[in-house]
Design a protein around this ligand. Structure first.
Ligand code: GLU
Ligand code: MG
Length: 420
């Protein structure tokens, strides 16, 4: 008997999980037009899988439509092919649904283009824990640490390339069992799509090896975190970079200064979306190479916004390399919401001509609850997300906090590591 091929379409939802539905590959052309039906509440399933109270309850219907340009088709010997698409959620009339994470990012990118004529160029650097190596002894950055993960890294890079995601690096990181994978920068929506595909393929490859990767923010409260660092810059209408200005402080153009100042200004509220789990805040503590303040600094891996190095003498090459790294994100966040909110906050900085204030770098919120309060108090966030999505998100995340009530930090880390 021959097996029948099945395709999955999903999105990185409010919990940051990649969720959706699957169908026979034979029906693909019809599904590319019609999509698969979802309850609106589908995108509000909790981080841990349970159905939480949402504004929609059990009613309503929306459609998740595969985006043909995102096709992932990666055969694995002796097991099912990884075959999936990323999708957009539309209403019954076929209009973009306001709560669709990919749509939230599209809106932000559209605004960026309208206000400034710029396109975002970004990439996600993703750290994770791989169960296929021993935790002891720790082997930070050692060749032997890299060696002991065996064939996992090579298989992952091959799978990414096959899926149209260009690998940039794979390395043995600082913490026990920790590795990192980075992709080449991509324009706009594709940058977030690449992050989602990379996470899934890391899981897919680990699964074929009888192992698991965990992208949870931190495996135990006193450990070192798994960050998702986002490198970003822009290209103008003639494909030229715009952040670099050799004459100015930190080689940062005026636009770059304003954009960063906007992100720094709104950072406490942004945390609720980019570091959106209880465990996210155990990572954002001193001496973990993770940020603790809403600060900006050149070449500093402890800063929330790091101005990255450039090399060589050619001014054009320097300008093209120049980028900023946002370090306050982790994999419990949807890459779509993360990029959307960064762009919106940066644009707010441009609109209000904000300037980086190196001496005024407030501490980041120390818990998800505190971050949600900042988000709720932000008037700008209402405009960025829409009042309905913002209210739903606050309710969604507060239910997550309540669900983990009375658990120790160690137990909370364990719960997140099981599902991310
Ligand atoms: N693992 C650190 C973090 O949680 C970052 C280490 C690095 O700079 O690569 O963000
Ligand atoms: Mg790293």
């Amino acid at each position: 008997m021959e097996r029948e091929q099945i395709v999955f379409v999903g999105t990185s939802d409010l919990s940051g999980h990649f969720r959706g539905k699957s169908f026979p590959a034979a029906d693909l052309s019809a599904r590319l037009r019609r999509g698969v039906g979802l309850a609106p509440t589908n995108i509000f399933l909790s981080a841990f899988g349970n159905i939480q109270m949402t504004t929609f309850g059990t009613s309503g219907e929306v459609f998740l439509i595969p985006d043909a340009s995102t096709r992932v088709f990666v055969p694995f010997d002796g097991s099912a092919t990884e075959y999936f698409y990323l999708g957009d959620i539309v209403t019954l009339d076929g209009a973009p649904w306001d709560f669709c994470p990919r749509q939230v990012l599209r809106r932000a990118l559209h605004r960026l283009e309208q206000d400034t004529g710029l396109r975002l160029l970004a990439t996600f650097e993703q750290e994770f824990t791989y169960s296929g190596v021993a935790a002891h002894p720790p082997q930070p950055y050692e060749l032997d640490g890299y060696r002991r993960q065996g064939l996992f890294g090579e298989a992952l890079l091959a799978a990414m390339r096959q899926a149209g995601v260009i690998p940039d690096s794979f390395l043995c990181e600082y913490a026990p069992r920790q590795f990192e994978v980075t992709t080449a920068p991509a324009i706009g929506l594709r940058a977030a799509d690449d992050a989602v595909i990379t996470r899934e393929l890391a899981q897919a490859v680990a699964f074929r090896f009888g192992h698991r990767v965990s992208l949870a923010p931190i495996p135990e409260p006193n450990g070192t975190g798994n960050g998702t660092h986002i490198h970003w810059s822009f290209r103008d209408r003639s494909d030229q970079p715009v952040l670099y200005d050799a004459q100015r402080q930190w080689q940062l153009s005026q636009l770059g200064n304003q954009f960063i100042a906007g992100i720094a200004h709104h950072m406490p509220a942004l945390c609720a979306l980019t570091a959106p789990s209880l465990a996210s805040y155990y990572r954002l503590r001193p001496n973990r190479w993770a940020p603790t303040r809403a600060d900006v600094a050149p070449l500093d891996r402890g800063a929330a916004l790091r101005i990255c190095p450039v090399t060589g003498d050619d001014p054009l090459q320097r300008a093209r390399q120049f980028n900023i790294e946002y370090r306050v994100a982790d994999a419990t966040a949807s890459p779509y919401l993360t990029l959307a909110i960064l762009v919106q906050a940066g644009l707010d900085g441009v609109r209000h001509q904000r300037q980086i204030e190196p001496t005024a770098a407030p501490a980041l919120p120390d818990s998800l609850g505190a971050a949600l309060e900042c988000l709720e108090a932000s008037e700008a966030a209402v405009e960025w997300l829409g009042a309905d999505l913002l209210a739903a998100y606050l309710q969604f995340k507060r239910a997550e906090i309540q669900g983990l009530d009375n658990l120790s930090e160690t137990e909370i880390c364990r719960r997140y590591a099981e599902v991310y």
